[in-house]
Write a protein of this length. Structure first.
Length: 342
């Protein structure tokens, strides 16, 4: 078995259906097995997905076990030479899985591989490749300094935007939304750390793989990731990210905790102030968060996913909301939007 694909789902059954449809097309070129771990969804995901993809292996948890624990459940059951951690809100091209496995085959020292992720508007997601989350890099990210000077090696070290997004690179950290892992690397480092419930587990595993002597790589193989950095950037997000970073540094750099805690406390205070100011001056709730004057709909029955992804990535300017229509399911999928038709 070449590849084991692990997808953890929580209440996103339509995104998951589309993800599995794209994965099913892509696995025609790779000997694969698919695991879906449902973290106690309340939207009827299990029945809906089982009907469409009966050959997948399903694990239904009676509680939300968190991202790390749910992935580990399936990894322990899997048999592939490589393990792919994949978010349910992703879309892969027909050649994606064959291409990433070929890269790993050609680079036996590689322990983990990430890809170029774009959102539902075709915009590059900077979490596709990241640098080491030192206290300084984490501080710059959470205070917004990295966003102001994204190409700076001093201030932009978290998302390493100074590295060309369309070229392969050795990097420090990958995103758990698409993380291809060599089984031998997992055998040496262990699985995901279940102390991380949400955020940080991909940082920790990437770091441990690098520390174990394996290479961590970014490959500009394009996929869609709908959520990405659209995750809330309010005070709650900052606190969750802080907690993940605190676990990471307590685990790997216990002597850095005092400095890190001081920097994070300042960061949270700044983020809280910024959040309060934003609430005073933000647009009315009726205004769309990602208002777009342009829209384009693709028919997934007549176009390949690879064609759709390529068109989205190459579109300029990045002001078009892209939808993917699935006539057989009578649904259309877009960023933060599911629509139905007869």
């Amino acid at each position: 078995m070449k590849l084991s694909i692990v997808i953890v789902n929580y209440n996103v059954k339509y995104y998951l259906w589309q993800c599995l449809d794209s994965v099913t097309r892509a696995t025609r070129k790779v000997a694969s097995e698919i695991f879906v771990v449902d973290n106690c969804s309340s939207d009827g995901s299990a029945g809906y997905i089982r009907a469409g993809f009966p050959d997948a292996h399903y694990i239904e948890n009676r509680e939300n076990a968190g991202f790390s624990k749910a992935n580990n459940q399936a990894i322990r059951m899997s048999r592939g030479e490589y393990v792919l951690l994949l978010n349910p809100d992703t879309v892969v091209g027909e050649d994606t899985l064959a291409n990433v496995c070929a890269f790993m085959d050609a680079h036996p020292g590689a322990g983990a591989l990430g890809v170029k992720m774009i959102d539902g508007y075709g915009r590059f997601l900077p979490e596709s490749k990241r640098g080491f989350p030192s206290p300084w890099n984490a501080f710059c990210k959470m205070t917004g300094l990295a966003g102001l000077l994204p190409l700076s090696k001093t201030f932009g070290g978290y998302h390493v935007r100074y590295l060309d997004e369309n070229s392969p690179h050795a990097v420090d950290i990958l995103a758990g939304a698409f993380m291809l892992l060599r089984r031998q690397a997992l055998d040496r480092t262990g699985l995901l750390d279940e102390d991380f419930f949400m955020y940080g587990e991909d940082i920790d595993l990437s770091y441990r793989i690098g520390q174990a002597g394996f290479g961590v790589y970014y490959l500009p193989e394009r996929i869609i990731h709908y959520k990405g950095e659209s995750t809330r950037k309010d005070l709650r997000y900052v606190k969750i990210f802080h907690n993940a970073m605190h676990i990471f540094f307590r685990k790997h750099y216990p002597h850095s905790n005092c400095l890190f805690k001081a920097m994070i406390r300042l960061t949270i205070a700044l983020a809280g102030t910024a959040s309060a100011i934003h609430k005073l001056f933000r647009r009315p709730e009726s205004a769309p968060k990602h208002a777009s004057p342009k829209e384009k709909t693709f028919d997934a029955d007549s176009l390949s996913y690879a064609q759709i992804i390529r068109t989205m990535d190459e579109s300029l300017p990045k002001d078009t909301l892209f939808r993917i229509k699935h006539p057989r399911q009578q649904i259309t999928v877009a960023a933060n939007e599911i629509t139905f038709f007869n």
